[in-house]
Structure formats: structure tokens, C-alpha cells
Design a protein around this ligand. Structure first.
Ligand SMILES: [Zn+2]
Ligand SMILES: [Zn+2]
Length: 458
């Protein structure tokens, strides 16, 4: 099979993998690079313009996996789009939101090529989306080819435990199999249970490596992190300061809301309103609606019933009083400019009563990453728009990741036992760690670090 990594950069970047699998073309994910702007943020579609594409399969609805899907469909209008069933309820919201964000960026940053697609275009492509349940084998080759007698490979989604509707993708052909992890979590989170990849075996493995640069500290437990976060929130509210937990709208927001709901139920936190963003509210509703059809914990916990959720209106975060102990769970997780979390953080950073608690990854080159790295009292450039701020507030980092720990992923390589593994979705140091470890443990497995846009024959 022939595989092309379409991520325009060698970092975590935008996920998009082309595979020619026994004569049929499949694109797995069509993400947008979160740190690049304009066309540079898109996958390297030009590397596959001469390819035939039968279908597009989406692993989950995070922006770095799905944010350029309308552009991909412009190039390949005949491809049908397959996604895990619950992502089917999410995807249009994500894409429409993306149009809004890009339009705003065009106006504020002068990016003329934005938006890369329009609301109308999102509506036009929606009919080609098809949702599939986990663990069902479906054919994906274009009908014209299979009618002509060529073989028909299948695809099966496996619950990846990362966000609602997240999946690993297993391709089965006549001779070969390929598994793509997407983003995967091998431990239980507060809502979602761990990935169900136990039965996966494949000849070729495409694997995420997000946390390859991050050793798990001795004695680390997720429960310990939750307790540390609980105490930190209690202290912050006691001194009448507010708490900001920057979170992605899909997944992270609901995990944190569930955590807060359980703490309130247990009496560890006083019941009080929680401020969230509009998109976070929409996905929270979908989490609630799908609660009994999701492999999860606390199936009876309905977040919108457990909480008094208040959607923060545009501009409200700039004028709202921050004394009196409010709780904000707002996008974006990395505090990108023009987001609610960014604007609120600018107000909070210089005030020692306020608290900003990170619960997920923030790239060092983002405002969130810079704030994380700043020492108390340090003045630094938060973002081009906000300029310099002095960090006086309480900033803490809690490891409640939705990505697999590196040791679990390494064990997974052993389980899958592929002849070749392709490393992606991680920075250079992360991929290097995996390469070294896999080589030491499984000397027979071929390790490939595919370069952007270069085809590899596996
Ligand atoms: Zn993700
Ligand atoms: Zn990702």
C-alpha cells in the first residue's frame, strides 16, 4: 500500500493521511493546522490531486482532524464521507463554527483568503456524510469500481475513548490490513471510558505520538490530579477569586463539567453557576443526549441538569466582575487569540486573586503555552493583540489528558504487531522517543517517520 502524510508540518499539526489500499484511495482525516494561518494551515492536498479518492473517513471532530473537510471535498466531490455515528451529530457544528472563526480572523488579522469555505458550502456537503456504528465492517470503495469486479476493502471504526464519536480506523483488504489510531486514550476519563482497541491487529499501523515527549511521573495517578485540582479550586473560591479552566469545546469541556458536577454532588464544591461558551453548550447537549449510547461512566449524569450552565455572551467576559468567585470553562484550550479564554485571561493574569488552571496540552508557542511557562511576576508577550502582560495570578497545570500515555501506546504497538509503523501527530522529540523504544523492543518492526507530502510504499 502507498501512504502519504499530508500534514504540512512535522509537528502535531493537521492530521490527514492518504492511503492507496489495494487500488482504492482513502483519505483519513482532513484537519487544519491550529498554529498556521490561511492556506498554509491546510493539508498538502496538491500531493494527491492526481489520485483517485473513493472515500474520506474521519476519526473524530477536533479541528486538527476535520477542519478542512469542505476543501477536500472540493477537490474530490465524488468521495463519500464516513464517520463514527456520534461524530455525525457533531461535524456540521464544528465546520460552521470554523467558518465563523475564520471570518472573524479575516476581519481582525486581514487574512484575505479566509474563510477557506462558507456556511453554504458546509450545508451543501452535509448530505454526503454517513455515520457508522463502532465495530461494524462496511465497504468503502466507489460503487463504479466494485461493480467492475475489483475487490472491495472494508473499514471498521473502533471506539478511541478520546472524545464523543472518536475512533481508530481498521482497513481490511484481500491481502492486508491497516490500522490508524486517530487520537486515542487508553485510560478512563471522568465521562468517557478507555479505548476499546483490544482486538486490533494489523499489518501496518499509523499511530499518534502526542505524549512521546512526556514521561509519566512516578506515583502519578489521575485521581491524584483530580484531588489537587479540587483543592486548588476550593482555595481560589475561598479568596473570592475566579477560576478559568481553558478547554476545547468538544470533549475537554464536558469532562471538566462532569468533574465539577461530581465535586458539587459530593459537597466538595458549593453549587454555583458555571460559565461556558456557546459551542461548548451545544456539545454538552449532545453528550447528554447520547449518554446511554456511549461507552462511558455516570450514564445518568446529565450535565445540563447537574449544573446551572450560563452561556457567556459575546463581550460579557470583558465587563463581568471577577470578584466573588466565578467558574469559567471556556475555549480555547490553548487560549488562541479571539477566543473567550484568551480575552478573560488578559484580564485575570495581572490579578493575584485570580486563578487559571490548565487541564490539557497547550503548545509552547500559543498564548496558553506562554502563560504556563511564565514565572510569577514575569512580564511577557501574551499575544500580538493583547501585548505584554505580567503574570500575578495563580497558574497551575493538571494532567487530565485525553491522549494515551506513551507507555500504553508502546504496549499497543506490541499488541498490533505490525510489520511497519508510521509515526505521526507528535513533535520531533515525541516521534524520536517512540522510534527508539519500538526499535529496542521490536527490532523486526519497520519504523517510518513519513515526511510531509512524500509517498511511502509500505
Ligand atoms: Zn483530538
Ligand atoms: Zn489531534
Amino acid at each position: 500500500m502507498r501512504i502519504i502524510n499530508l500534514n504540512p508540518e512535522t509537528d502535531i499539526g493537521a492530521s490527514a493521511w492518504f492511503v492507496n489500499f489495494e487500488g482504492h484511495g482513502l483519505l483519513m482525516d482532513s484537519g487544519m493546522h491550529p498554529k498556521l494561518e490561511g492556506r498554509a494551515a491546510m493539508p498538502l492536498f496538491k500531493s494527491i490531486l492526481n489520485e483517485e479518492l473513493d472515500a474520506i473517513a474521519i476519526s473524530h471532530c477536533h479541528h486538527d482532524h476535520v477542519g478542512t473537510l469542505p476543501v477536500a471535498l472540493r477537490h474530490f466531490p465524488k468521495a463519500h464521507v464516513m464517520l463514527p455515528e456520534q461524530s455525525y451529530f457533531i461535524i456540521e457544528r464544528v465546520l460552521h463554527n470554523s467558518v465563523n472563526v475564520m471570518t472573524k480572523q479575516r476581519d481582525e488579522l486581514g487574512l484575505k483568503e479566509y474563510p477557506l469555505y462558507t456556511h453554504d458550502e458546509v450545508d451543501d456537503i452535509a448530505p454526503v456524510f454517513q455515520g457508522y456504528r463502532y465495530n461494524r465492517e462496511v465497504e468503502w470503495a466507489s460503487f463504479s469500481k466494485t461493480r467492475a469486479g475489483s475487490s472491495s476493502p472494508t473499514l471498521e471504526f473502533f471506539d478511541a475513548g478520546h472524545t464523543l464519536g472518536s475512533a481508530g480506523i481498521l482497513l481490511r483488504g484481500k491481502k492486508e490490513t491497516l490500522f490508524y489510531t486517530g487520537d486515542v486514550c487508553f485510560h478512563d476519563q471522568t465521562i468517557l471510558r478507555a479505548a476499546r482497541f483490544q482486538d486490533v491487529k494489523a499489518d501496518v499501523l499509523i499511530m499518534e505520538t502526542t505524549r512521546g515527549n512526556r514521561p509519566t511521573p512516578k506515583n502519578f495517578t489521575r485521581q491524584g490530579e483530580i484531588e489537587r485540582l479540587t483543592v486548588a479550586i476550593q482555595r481560589a473560591l475561598k479568596r473570592k477569586g475566579s477560576v478559568l479552566i481553558p478547554s476545547f469545546a468538544l470533549g475537554r469541556t464536558q469532562e471538566i463539567l462532569a468533574l465539577l458536577a461530581l465535586l458539587m454532588r459530593e459537597g466538595k464544591l458549593k453549587r454555583q453557576p458555571v460559565y461556558i461558551g456557546g459551542l461548548g453548550r451545544v456539545f454538552t447537549e449532545i453528550y447528554d443526549l447520547e449518554a446511554h449510547r456511549t461507552h462511558r461512566q455516570h450514564t445518568n449524569l446529565q450535565l445540563h441538569e447537574a449544573h446551572n450552565l450560563v452561556v457567556l455572551e459575546k463581550g460579557q467576559g470583558e465587563i463581568m466582575k471577577l470578584g466573588g468567585g466565578r467558574i469559567f470553562v471556556l475555549t480555547s484550550g490553548m487560549m488562541a487569540e479571539n477566543t473567550a479564554a484568551h480575552d478573560l485571561a488578559v484580564r485575570m493574569a495581572g490579578d493575584e486573586r485570580q486563578s487559571i488552571f490548565f487541564v490539557g496540552y497547550a503548545d509552547p508557542s500559543t498564548p496558553g503555552g506562554r502563560l504556563k511557562a511564565a514565572k510569577p511576576g514575569e512580564t511577557f508577550v501574551f499575544s500580538p493583540g493583547a501585548g505584554r502582560v505580567t503574570r500575578r495570578c495563580d497558574v497551575q497545570d493538571f494532567d487530565l489528558t485525553a491522549h494515551a500515555n506513551r507507555d500504553d501506546l508502546l504496549d499497543f504497538v506490541g499488541q498490533v504487531s505490525p510489520r511497519a509503523v508510521l509515526l505521526g501527530h507528535g513533535d520531533g522529540a515525541s516521534r524520536k522517543w517512540f522510534e527508539d523504544q519500538i526499535r529496542a523492543r521490536h527490532p523486526k518492526i519497520k519504523i517510518i517517520q513519513p515526511q510531509p507530502g512524500k509517498a511511502v510504499e509500505v
